[in-house]
Design a protein around this ligand. Structure first.
Ligand code: AMP
Ligand code: FE
Ligand code: FE
Ligand code: ZN
Length: 288
């Protein structure tokens, strides 16, 4: 049995509906999935229903953008109460920031004579949490770039002409928000952000886990983060970060997280809910 705990739908920058995502999960024999759309939990009720019908275990989640010591980090929140008022209020703020950022990105594109209309991008995105991939898709559809990669390389990446920094809360605030909503906070794809130096500080802020297995982590990168998870007594998670057809081919099914890690995740969340002492780590730094 294996799980995929990092998946996106069209409620953020993926292309699948929640139902299509679950069909794909079933096709690949995934036993448990988590939906982790950027800055939203909107897709969770539909994904949960589709999973129940398909006999797949569903874990509610989200992916928040944060920063620590100037580094952008992504934090996954798992097993959240998706109706938590403060979570929903803060998420609504992040969504407004994203929508305004799309408008600013388009202004900058227009300044370098790229004729795109922000309202067209927002219509194409058709979600509350639009992001740069939607701008890239709009550029491709308008014939202004050949591929999404070209759009990022020429315009959207950091320090390119249409780069607009995004408001980011601190990592500690993101962890606190996830905990407030009853969830567990996991550092997403640390191998992509080269963020090892921020991990001890995040552990002090209450970080619960590290995403060791990810499409863009090599075997040695995964092993490195497994070691760090062991050293800091953190949960181990993993997922494909599938965005549907947005990044060429769908990635669901390419990262197989052994199911035991889902059990550890649930055990820790249950322990927190009932204020039981935390579960003992399976390994400690001293047991070789
Ligand atoms: P944003 O949240 O608006 O800053 O956009 C970040 C999103 O863009 C993440 O989901 C990335 O995976 C995605 N992304 C980054 N580079 C590329 C690329 N070259 N092609 C497609 N998506 C990308
Ligand atoms: Fe994304
Ligand atoms: Fe991410
Ligand atoms: Zn993601």
């Amino acid at each position: 049995m294996y799980a995929d705990l990092h998946l996106h739908t069209y409620f953020s920058d993926g292309t699948y509906s929640p139902e299509e995502l679950v069909v794909q999960a079933q096709r690949h024999g995934v036993s448990a999935i988590a939906l982790t759309d950027h800055d939203t939990v909107e897709g969770c009720p539909r994904a949960a229903l589709a999973c129940a019908a398909a006999g797949i275990e569903f874990i509610a989640g989200t992916e928040l953008t944060a920063e620590q010591e100037g580094n952008e980090l992504h934090l996954l929140g798992y097993l959240l109460d998706i109706h938590n008022p403060r979570l929903l209020a803060e998420i609504a703020t992040f969504q407004a920031v994203r929508q305004n950022r799309i408008r600013e990105i388009v202004v900058r594109l227009n300044q370098v004579k790229i004729p795109l209309d922000a309202e067209d991008v927002l219509a194409l995105a058709n979600c509350r949490a639009p992001g740069r991939p939607h701008v890239a898709r709009a550029l491709v559809q308008a014939g202004l770039c050949a591929t999404m990669d070209e759009a990022f390389e020429r315009f959207l990446r950091k320090n390119r002409p249409a780069w607009v920094p995004k408001f980011k809360m601190s990592a500690a605030a993101a962890i606190d928000l996830i905990h407030h909503a009853g969830g567990l906070a996991v550092l997403a794809h640390p191998g992509l952000n080269r963020s090892d130096q921020v991990i001890p500080g995040m552990v002090e802020s209450g970080l619960d886990g590290i995403e060791c297995f990810h499409t863009k982590h090599s075997t040695s990168t995964a092993e490195h983060y497994l070691e760090l998870a062991d050293r800091f007594h953190l949960l181990v998670t993993g997922g494909s970060d599938c965005h549907g057809l947005s990044k060429g081919k769908p990635l669901i099914g390419t990262v197989k997280l052994p199911y035991q890690h889902v059990e550890h995740l649930k055990a820790k969340a249950a322990g927190r809910e009932t204020d039981e002492p935390p579960i003992k780590p399976l390994h400690t730094a001293t047991d070789g």
